[in-house]
Design a protein around this ligand. Structure first.
Ligand code: N01
Length: 506
């Protein structure tokens, strides 16, 4: 649908977000013969985080063969870890080929979604008008809202300042003095690129990460031709990568000792990249590997060791109009400040905007005990709401696209079940949701994310991990393989009874 047409007053299904998640949901709803749905997207294109993160060096740290839709294999990946432009081009191509784009409305932000009990509909106020919908599918992303650091004086900085996810390409970095705050997955991709062009780079590190080698490889023309002609071969290759990643799970979730080979690899990478013993010491992590995301790079350590790069580990005290000042009183003048300080992950911005049955928002509901959902997808008190990449669905080791496809499968089955049984609403029971989360948090206790001695964006203000999935991804997929109606309260227009699963499937 064209962007200057008014939004319809109501649709059956409204999808928020046009990244991997929203696009997957749209394609699969269409495949199921659903004709009355709409996707609203605040940006002007598909792609989500891959549209927004255009910083120099942006690339995926999960192999592209796996970091892509299972139903849309791409034989043309140029290398094992694709750069951002290639991933964005892939997402656009999949969207175009699927003939769903006429359902997408761009430059339209979902501002508030409120459940209307009387009509059993979501009333969604967007920047382009209000739409009512029977089901609301939220694919707004877990890493979509940049988090700026709260540092004294940052608002007074007179040079150029931007977040890694909002890179200002108009700025010429050549010969400039640049500071980068943060040493996470984004920073370690940015710093080697800055080192090549900037006059001087100061890297402000609060916590040293583990960085393992990036075994990147360009696919040969022969390999790509084989992938194109023999899809089964590409599928087998993808499957091999998938299982290789799954083998890492016990090291995160059962016994960190199992991750010792990865630790050795990271420390050898550090030794290879940096010869100065003092610099080595300062970038050696002090927590268990896996506690924070394990980063991959061959160029980060050599960049840090370069003459035009300084690693600064003294805490930042303040920022002035033209410099960063550390706690030891040293002032380092700069022209450009890059904040690579991550995203709002445990207080998802969309949670403020979605109001359920009793008028409370998801954020209100989660304020005391942290984010929680049933199977990371549905939430008690929020009928007909389906979240993709909801609470405890994140991964530290493999492809989020796999998780997204698993959740979309569950949502399709829910919609099918609702249609077959003429249910107006489905809502997980409080008991089902509590049971799911109690078991999940029990498992979480022994994971390296909780015991590894670090703080990370996986943990909320109470120290609770509400972001990651603490088991294998095949376990996640199995749990969501069919819509388990017995865990739900349902409302049907023609009956007041809650049928059991046996009645439903009889
Ligand atoms: O953000 P982060 P990111 N003063 O939160 C530091 C995905 N991703 O954008 O560790 C000083 O990881 C903070 O320090 P500390 C991936 O899932 C994927 O890099 O908290 N420093 C940390 O070093 C990733 O995990 C790819 O002590 C401050 C850094 O900023 C996620 O995105 C590529 C600070 C933030 O690191 C986020 O990565 C890139 C402060 N006030 C990203 N506040 C792929 O390749 C924060 N920091 C798929």
């Amino acid at each position: 649908m064209s962007n200057n047409q008014p939004l319809p007053a109501s649709v059956q299904h409204l999808i928020v977000g046009a990244g991997f998640a929203g696009l997957c949901a749209a394609i699969k709803l269409q495949e199921d013969g659903e004709t009355d749905f709409l996707v609203v997207e605040k940006g002007s294109d598909v792609g989500g985080t891959w549209r927004d993160n255009t910083y120099p060096g942006a690339a995926c740290d999960v192999p592209s063969q796996l970091y892509s839709f299972s139903f849309a294999p791409n034989p043309d990946w140029t290398s094992s870890y694709s750069p951002q432009p290639e991933i964005q081009a892939y997402i656009k191509k999949v969207a175009e080929r699927s003939n769903v784009l006429d359902r997408f409305v761009f430059d339209t932000a979902a501002e508030e979604a409120a459940w209307d009990e009387k009509t059993a509909q979501w009333v969604v106020r967007t920047s382009g008008g209000t739409v009512r919908a029977r089901t609301l599918i939220v694919g707004a992303g877990g890493l979509s809202e940049p988090k700026l650091p709260e540092i004294e004086g940052i608002g007074d900085f007179r040079g150029e300042l931007f977040h890694s996810a909002r890179w200002n390409h108009d700025i010429d970095l050549t010969g400039k003095r640049v500071a980068v705050i943060g040493t996470g997955a984004s920073s370690i991709q940015i710093v080697p690129e800055l080192q090549k062009v900037a006059g001087h780079v100061d890297v402000y590190q609060r916590t040293a990460p583990y960085v393992v080698p990036r075994n990147d490889r360009t696919y040969t023309r022969v390999e790509r031709a084989l992938f194109r002609r023999l899809p089964a071969l590409q599928k087998a290759y993808r499957t091999g990568i998938y299982w290789g990643k799954e083998l890492l799970v016990p090291g995160f979730t059962v016994n960190p000792k199992l991750a010792l080979p990865a630790k050795k690899l990271a420390l050898a990478n550090l030794k290879r990249g940096i010869s100065d013993p003092e610099l080595r010491r300062r970038v050696t992590p002090t927590f268990e590997i896996g506690c924070k995301r394990i980063l991959i790079s061959n160029s980060y350590y050599p960049a840090l060791a370069s003459d035009n790069v300084d690693l600064v580990t003294d805490p930042i005290a303040k920022i002035t109009g033209d410099a960063v000042v550390t706690a030891d009183g040293v002032e380092r003048p700069i022209d450009i400040l890059v904040v690579a300080t991550g995203f709002y992950t445990t207080e998802l911005p969309i949670a403020e905007k979605v109001r359920g049955r009793n008028g409370a928002s998801l954020a209100d509901t989660w304020r005391e005990a942290g984010m929680a959902a049933y199977k990371g997808t549905t939430v008690h008190g929020f009928p007909n709401l389906f979240m993709i990449v909801g609470p405890n669905t994140g991964l530290g080791h493999s492809s989020m696209v796999f998780i997204i496809e698993s959740q979309v499968q569950y949502i399709r089955d829910a919609i099918r079940t609702m249609g077959l049984n003429r249910y107006e609403t489905v809502e997980p029971t409080a008991e089902a949701q509590q049971g799911w989360n109690a078991s999940l948090q029990r498992r979480m206790q022994r994971t390296v994310w909780n015991t590894g001695g670090c703080s990370s964006w996986y943990l909320d203000a109470h120290g609770k991990n509400t972001v990651l999935w603490p088991r294998t991804t095949f376990n996640f997929r199995r749990s969501l393989s069919e819509f388990d109606i017995a865990a739900y309260d349902v409302q049907a227009p023609d009956t007041t009874a809650n049928p059991t699963r046996e009645e439903v499937t009889a």
